[in-house]
Design a protein around this ligand. Structure first.
Ligand code: 2RA
Length: 335
């Protein structure tokens, strides 16, 4: 069968990627609606060589929609999601609005698709940095039982949105043309810099982005794992990188870890330092896999492991994961 689809927020970085991936993966589409703000109403968008005009996302817009991909910020999702559900749509939401709600499934298909079973019409897509961390940790946790995760991230500006992509471009051009470098999106110049501040700080000294990784990992993988995160913005356009250190209950051999990861869905192991082979964001851009390399023991503890994990934050980190959730809903007949 085919499905009536809506993309809410089709003009943003994630919304555009959802449209691209739906077409690439030949998603069974009956009809497509592109829903935006009243200001964006009537915009022409080319979807699969068809011109579609954006409509306003409001009461009545979701009538007849089977699956709605929400690619808007949390405040808008909080208003629109209940409307869309009341009009019969199943929502896959990319924002942080619903992720920690106990009865809202927070899904990485390779990790916890069984949690889709009791959805009530709204499924939350995890934060990009959480998704790429959990895909390789899931098979390791199942076999060796992870007890602690310490992660540091190196996040691309596209995670902030199109305005940040434009800002990095503008700063690079200003540098080349020896013009003054201005910053509007971030508190400091991002070009040639590293800003240890993603989203906002909370009272415990961490940022919301860091607490998302902690809370979402505990909800999706295992609430007993101790998780500690430091998230940093770097001047890369696309692709988040993460240095992940874990401790497991059970002993492991590196070769077995590599074999396990190589045989796990959605993972590509690139790990041969002698040949200069390791994951990098420049080469992960526009691809679907989560890349794992620099796999090595942490000799300072009994069962310690270090990995370097890279993925395209707009694809597996957001749009691809959302489309894979929709594919899983169809496969499990949960629509
Ligand atoms: C970021 N993970 O990179 C956050 C939201 N996409 O800014």
């Amino acid at each position: 069968s085919t499905y009536n689809i809506a993309i809410v927020g089709p003009m943003g970085a994630v919304g555009q990627e959802v449209a691209k991936i739906l077409i690439e993966r030949n998603f069974p589409i009956q009809s497509i609606k592109l829903l935006g703000t009243s200001a964006n109403k009537g915009r022409k968008i080319n979807f699969n060589d068809k011109i579609i005009y954006t409509k306003e996302a409001r009461e009545g817009a979701f009538e007849g929609v089977d699956i709605a991909f929400f690619c808007v910020e949390a405040e808008i999702s909080k208003i629109l999601a209940p409307i869309a559900i009341s009009e019969g749509a199943v929502i896959i939401d990319n924002s942080s609005a619903w992720r920690t709600e106990p009865d809202i499934p927070l899904i990485v298909p390779e990790v916890n698709s069984e949690s889709l079973k009791n959805h009530k019409g709204l499924i939350a897509n995890p934060n990009c940095s959480t998704i790429q961390m959990l895909v390789p940790l899931k098979p390791i946790h199942d076999k060796y039982k992870i007890k602690r995760i310490v992660v540091s991230t190196y996040q691309a500006v596209s995670g902030t949105g199109k305005n940040a992509i434009d800002e990095l471009n503008t700063q690079a051009k200003a540098y080349v043309n020896e013009k003054e470098i201005a910053n509007f999106v971030y508190p400091y110049q991002i070009l040639f810099n590293a800003i240890p501040h993603i989203d906002s700080f909370i009272e415990n000294g961490y940022t919301k982005e860091e607490m998302k990784m902690v809370n979402e990992a505990n909800k999706i993988l295992d609430k007993n794992i101790k998780v500690n995160a430091t998230t940093v913005r770097i001047p890369v356009f696309r692709g988040h990188s993460e240095s992940i250190n874990i401790e497991t209950e059970l002993a492991f051999e590196i070769e077995d870890i590599k074999k396990l990861l190589k045989s796990s869905k959605g993972i590509a192991v690139i790990d041969d330092p002698k040949e200069y082979l390791y994951p990098m964001p420049l080469y992960a851009t526009d691809t679907d896999d989560v890349y794992v390399g620099r796999i090595r023991k942490d000799f300072t503890v009994d069962n310690g492991l270090n990995m370097w994990v890279v993925a395209d934050n707009l694809r597996k980190g957001a749009a691809l994961n959302a489309v894979q959730i929709a594919e899983t809903l169809i496969e499990l007949k949960l629509l």
